[in-house]
Ligand binder design. Structure first.
Ligand code: FES
Length: 106
């Protein structure tokens, strides 16, 4: 099983059992988790899927690639050390990812 735990900026926690291969963004949108827009559908051109990964999750999934890194300078809420675009994080078998969503995405 693959799990994503989303914490909203107000502290609301939503835990979703996702599908291997889906992204953290797709899992949120498909399950109505607030706080992630995913306007471009995952094509790395909108930066409305910004999340702050928990340190252990960031260590597991790694940092952004070059294009994602550039896109992270265009987020609605300033990036932090563990910022990622959630459309670029794919669920793996047995994963348990923890992310916090920013106050706004647009
Ligand atoms: S959904 Fe557009 S960059 Fe992630």
């Amino acid at each position: 099983m693959s799990t994503v735990v989303y914490t909203a900026f107000d502290g609301t926690v939503t835990t979703i059992a996702g599908r291997v291969g889906d992204s953290v963004m797709e899992t949120a949108v498909r399950n109505g988790v607030p706080g992630i827009v995913g306007e471009c559908g995952g094509s790395l051109s909108c930066a409305t899927c910004h999340v702050f990964a928990a340190p252990a999750t960031f260590a597991e999934v790694g940092g952004p690639g070059d294009l994602e890194d550039e896109m992270l300078y265009g987020t609605a809420v300033d990036r932090e050390d563990t910022s990622r675009l959630s459309c670029q994080i794919a669920l793996t078998e047995g994963c348990e990812y923890h992310v916090t969503t920013p106050r706004e995405q647009l």
